[in-house]
Design a protein around this ligand. Structure first.
Ligand SMILES: Nc1nc2c(ncn2[C@@H]2O[C@H](COP(=O)(O)OP(=O)(O)OP(=O)(O)O)[C@@H](O)[C@H]2O)c(=O)[nH]1
Ligand SMILES: C[C@H](OP(=O)(O)O)C(=O)O
Length: 214
């Protein structure tokens, strides 16, 4: 199965600007992308990157400068036009730094015309579609919107309840999850950049970096 990984190549991860400078965010986003592509490749499926600009990875890259929705919907349309037998296709976001082969296999093997891995906060972190008419409408509560779109084309739905796939790294608080549960290059990047877990008597664990608090 082809598994497309969308990637904002130019100014990624702006919501991490209080924790990482612009050049660091570009490097960090590419590090997460490589972890995700490696995890997908390990499942035995066929990872491909769908990026807004050139990016150096060991898998095929399609460059499409349009919005995320336009780029993904064009991909879905071409895929189902070209494959008469409705081969499935998957989309897995590039900021799922905790994704593992086991978590991805659960998604790829689940039953349903359209199977979602929801993200925390209402997003859609990954999906598989076997239905030719399903289309995306990302941002906001896209998980709810995508369920409605799938239902409107009479697709059967599946949902994978996975901490690892639900954790997209958007905000400084998400770095806690990477430091706690990551074991790839992304965690290594944060450790090398000086991020540490900070526990307090009350409240959630946070991260800090020498001279800065994220
Ligand atoms: N191809 C493509 N991918 C995108 C685009 N916008 C976001 N992405 C990717 O979609 C996924 C989810 O996007 P976001 O969480 O909003 O990531 P982001 O745009 O880097 O982060 P913010 O600037 O903080 O919103 C990530 O894998 C991004 O790299 C786009 O316009 N085109
Ligand atoms: C693309 C968007 O990502 P989020 O802003 O939720 O990280 C979504 O999942 O709809």
């Amino acid at each position: 199965m082809q598994v497309f990984v969308p990637f904002a190549a130019d100014a990624p991860k702006t919501r991490l600007s209080s924790a990482l400078a612009a050049d660091e965010r570009r490097h960090f986003a590419r590090t997460m992308l490589r972890d995700v592509v490696d995890a997908v490749a390990e499942t035995g499926h066929d990872p491909r990157v769908l990026a807004t600009g050139p990016v150096s990875v060991d898998v095929p890259v399609t460059v499409d400068e349009r919005s995320l929705d336009a780029a993904v919907n064009d991909l879905l349309e071409s895929h189902f036009d070209a494959s008469g037998d409705d081969d499935p296709i998957a989309v897995v976001m590039a900021d799922l730094a905790l994704a593992t082969v086991t978590a991805l296999d659960r998604l790829f093997e689940a039953n349903g015309d359209v199977v979602f891995a929801p993200g925390r906060g209402g997003g859609t972190n990954a999906f598989v579609t076997r239905h030719p008419d399903f289309r995306v409408d990302y941002h906001g509560t896209s998980y709810l919107d995508h369920r409605a779109i799938a239902s409107s084309v009479d697709a059967t739905l599946g949902v994978v309840d996975s901490f690892r796939l639900a954790t997209d790294v958007d905000e400084p608080a998400d770095l806690v999850e990477v430091l706690c549960h990551g074991d790839g290059r992304t965690r290594e990047f944060l450790v090398e950049a000086g991020f540490e877990l900070v526990t307090a008597d009350e409240g959630r664990v946070t991260v800090s970096r020498t001279g800065r608090v994220g």
